[in-house]
Design a protein around this ligand. Structure first.
Ligand SMILES: *Cc1c(COP(=O)(O)O)cnc(C)c1O
Length: 373
């Protein structure tokens, strides 16, 4: 079939080509200064990122997965500590817990596709040490409910905020609620660099000092001396410079994503066969940045094929499996019926900076045609 239009799920070249001249100037500038590792662009970016999020500290790291592992280590997670996480997340959330020495314990997903606080307590044991929600799809979980359970049981809170830079709950940014959090700058994330990159956010001086050493061979910020075992997990100065440059326009990026979500809501909101994410501005406690537009759809697999035939790219998150469904190979034996049921109907529609309003309308027209709406 000849599709009248092509709307890819994601357009990687567009990240670079939409502002090729600007990016090349940044790259040339860094190159001519020979400023590659732990230079001013990095420290400038860290200061601006902290200011943007309201975190006391932001530290650039090689990627969010490393950042999460180091945050858990800096916060004191020890061998055998159980950490609760929502099974609807990237494997990286669980692997960070694993490599920090902890035991990842998957919990159920709520109607908003994030950690369900009402189903947390059944998983708490004497070994539970922390709760780590994933701020998925550019939305912050119900942090009041999660914090209340953490307080009641004396647990720490961490956040996988890889997908949620700029998202807010009750006016407070993702990544600023717990002991530590990670942000990802993977190219397809809301703020993407031209390669791998990440940051950790924290509010505590001691945690910050440990993170500083962990990412750079255990070397202290004050003395430069090795004071503990560390990794090499620094954010390249070049990537930091590219991120710094893009941070100038980041509020407009968020606004555009929310605009795309509004169009989806307007054109698909009446379809009974779909469950859409909450529309921007529809809930006073939440400010969502729409890293993804993840819906639940009747006859999901048929819909996916129908859209593909019409040139519309979609994606099923994590290849269609919740983390606990990776099973015995990773030490999981839980069953989480709500999450498993949701994974049969969830699908993500195109949500990125390359699509036009007409592209979004076309996606909606195709979906309406599928359901004969
Ligand atoms: C992208 C992502 C990560 C990993 O980020 P990297 O920077 O690629 O390590 C972790 N968790 C979630 C929820 C993500 O979406």
């Amino acid at each position: 079939m000849h599709a009248p239009r092509k709307v890819p799920f994601f357009n990687y070249p567009h990240i670079f080509t939409h502002d090729e001249k600007g990016f090349l100037e940044v790259i040339t500038g860094v190159g001519r200064r020979g400023a590659f590792i732990m230079q001013k662009d990095l420290s400038d970016f860290e200061k601006r990122l902290a200011a943007f999020t309201g975190a006391r500290y932001a530290l650039g790291v090689a990627n969010a997965t490393d950042g999460l592992q180091m945050a858990l280590m800096a916060g004191g997670i020890k061998a055998g500590d159980e950490v609760l996480f929502c099974s609807h997340t990237m494997i990286a959330t669980a692997s960070a817990i694993h490599f920090a020495g902890g035991v990842p314990v998957p919990v159920e997903t709520g109607p908003d596709h994030l950690m369900d606080p009402t189903k947390l307590e059944r998983h708490i044991t004497p070994r539970t040490r922390a709760i780590m929600p994933t701020q998925l799809n550019g939305r912050v979980a119900n942090m009041d409910a999660i914090q209340a359970i953490a307080d009641k049981h004396g647990l720490q809170v961490y956040e996988d905020a890889a997908q949620a830079l700029g998202a807010k709950y009750k006016g407070r940014c993702a990544g600023t609620f717990g002991v530590g959090a990670c942000i990802s700058f993977y190219p397809a994330k809301v703020l993407g660099c031209l390669g791998d990159g990440g940051a950790v956010l924290c509010n505590d001086d001691a945690v910050y000092q440990k993170l500083y050493m962990l990412r750079d061979h255990g070397r202290s910020e004050q003395t430069g001396e090795v004071e503990m075992w560390g990794f090499n997990s620094r954010l390249d100065n070049l990537q930091a410079a590219l991120l710094n440059y893009q941070l100038d326009h980041f509020p407009q990026v968020i606004e555009r994503r929310r605009q795309v979500a509004r169009i989806y809501q307007e054109r698909l909101g009446s379809l009974k066969q779909l469950v859409l994410p909450p529309a921007p501005g529809s809930e006073p406690d939440h400010f969502d940045v729409f890293q993804n537009y993840e819906i639940e759809a009747e006859r999901r697999d048929e819909l996916k094929r129908f859209l593909a035939d019409r040139g519309v790219g979609t994606l099923i998150q994590w290849g269609g499996k919740a983390v606990h469904q990776f099973g015995a190979a990773l030490g999981f034996d839980q069953s989480l019926p709500v999450t498993e049921r949701m994974f049969k109907s969830m699908i993500m529609l195109p949500m990125n900076m390359s699509q036009t309003d007409d592209d979004v309308a076309y996606v909606c027209d195709c979906i309406r045609e599928f359901y004969h709406a």
